[in-house]
Structure formats: C-alpha cells, structure tokens
Design a protein around this ligand. Structure first.
Ligand SMILES: Nc1nc2c(ncn2[C@@H]2O[C@H](COP(=O)(O)OP(=O)(O)O)[C@@H](O)[C@H]2O)c(=O)[nH]1
Ligand SMILES: [Mg+2]
Length: 251
C-alpha cells in the first residue's frame, strides 16, 4: 500500500493510473494531426498506404477528383475521409485539403507509398511544442536519401532548391519533396493559390515571407508502390520556374 494525500492505494492501482495517463496523453497528441493525402489514379498504391497507416491514430483525408472512380473504389473499406477537390491539379487538391483540416497540425502525405510514416513522429516532435510552424522533410542531408529519384529529378530539385536559397533566402534543403508538416493556423494564413505542382515552391516561399519558423527533417524516400508518376519533369519544371519568377517580382 502507498499513502498519497492520506489515501491508501495499492501499487497496482497506481500503475494503472500512470498507464492511463500516458495512454490518454499519447492519443491526444496523435489526434492533433491530420494527414492530407492527394491522390490521382492511385488504385495500386493508396490501399497499401492506408493499410500501413492503420496503426497510427491520425485523421486521414484523401483528396481526389470525383471522376477518379477506380481510386475511390480501391479504398472503399479503408479508414479515411474522402474529399472531392473543386477543380483539378495537385495544388488544387492540397489547398482543398488544408481547408478541410480541423486539427492543430497537418502533414502532406503522398498516396504512392514513397513517404515513410515512421518519420512522422520525428517531424511531430519538432513542431508540437510551438518552436516551428513548418517542418520540411529532406532527402538531401546526411543520413537521408531516395530510391525514387531519377537523375533528372535529382538535378531539377538541386537547381530549384538553389534558386530558393539564392533568390528567396530559403533555408530548406529539398524544395520539391513537399513532405511537409505544418501548424494549420499558420498555413491557412498564406493565401496559397497554385493549382498545379508550383504549389511546391509557393508554400515555402510564402511561409518564409510571412516570417514563419521553418526547419528541415531527415527523410529517406521509398520507391512508388505502383502506378505512374504524375510529374512531368520538363512541363511541370517549366511551370514551377515561371511561378518562381512571378513570386520573385511580386515581393
Ligand atoms: N488529387 C490529385 N492528386 C495528385 C495530382 N497529381 C499528383 N497527385 C498526387 O500527388 C502525389 C505526388 O505525385 P507523384 O506522381 O508521386 O509525384 P512525385 O513522386 O513527387 O514526382 C501522389 O500521391 C499523387 O497521386 C492531381 O492532379 N490531383
Ligand atoms: Mg511520388
């Protein structure tokens, strides 16, 4: 028997109370996060991604076009909320996704299996105590890497990350990855408008201009599970470049 404030409780009762407290605390933490999952023609990968996420206590919002019947069918019995985007495009889906979040934090999470959910804990630890508004995962620091990069995407990313550093003073080391965790209220202030893959550069540039606190977080990108990559290195690369030029002259 242990005597706490004149109440006699057994050691077993004490252990149960402490255990319940930790369980409550860790669950609360997990439920502070929503994953925003943009998906387009991902019937091969998305069910496997959602299966892997089953043991995590986050909300999962999948954003896709209502015409994408095969992807919708493939996740019918999975634990997630399906949200239809207003128009088309990766950025359009993410803007809709951010509007849909009602938790304190969210994370952009791809539907192709290339993001490792075990890295979320580390990102969450960085953001949860208010030290940062945005945590950008990176494939290009020590202990990081990618099994999905091609020579073209590697070089493209290097060029865009360098442009970000030189012209926008960005401190992020992997601008196009867009595995990003954020404080929802900070992201909602940014007036994001890019409907295509220019979203990848608009987000960090506007976050930095708003003087929000940003950091990097180590990541290792896995190969896509199935289906095809949606990014066209040259067409989308050109749009991203144009968008950066426009943002530069808007400052
Ligand atoms: N809703 C929606 N999702 C998209 C669109 N384009 C790409 N995605 C999703 O965005 C994520 C990143 O696309 P992906 O092709 O893997 O690009 P990459 O690996 O970054 O080159 C995947 O989950 C795609 O399914 C789109 O136009 N609409
Ligand atoms: Mg991918």
């Amino acid at each position: 028997m242990i005597n706490i404030l004149n109440k006699k409780i057994s050691s077993i009762e004490l252990i149960i109370v402490v255990f319940d407290f930790f369980l409550f605390y860790s669950k609360k933490n997990m439920s502070d996060l929503t994953l925003i999952i943009p998906a387009k023609n991902e019937k091969e990968s998305l069910p496997k991604v959602l299966n892997e996420l089953k043991n995590f206590n986050f909300k999962k919002n999948v954003i896709l076009e209502s015409s994408d019947k095969l992807t919708i069918q493939s996740i019918e019995n999975h634990d997630c909320k399906i949200i239809y985007q207003d128009s088309v495009g990766y950025g359009d889906a993410l803007i809709k996704g951010i509007q849909s979040v009602d938790t304190e934090f969210f994370c952009i999470f791809n539907a192709d299996g290339s993001f490792n959910p075990n890295e979320l804990k580390n990102m969450f630890d960085k953001i949860k105590n208010g030290k940062y508004d945005f945590v950008f995962a990176t494939r290009y620091e020590k202990n990081c890497g990618s099994d999905d990069d091609t020579l073209i995407t590697f070089v493209g990313n290097y060029i865009f990350t360098s442009l970000g550093k030189i012209f926008f003073k960005l401190k992020i080391t992997d601008i196009l990855y867009t595995y990003v965790m954020a404080k929802t209220s900070s992201a909602k202030k940014l007036n994001l408008i890019s409907k295509d893959f220019s979203f990848c550069v608009e987000l960090p540039i506007k976050a930095s201009r708003a003087n929000l606190k940003i950091c990097n977080s180590e990541s290792y990108e896995r190969p896509r599970i199935g289906g095809k990559k949606k990014v066209n290195a040259f067409k989308d690369g050109f749009k991203i470049l144009l968008s950066m030029i426009k943002l530069f002259f808007k400052s």
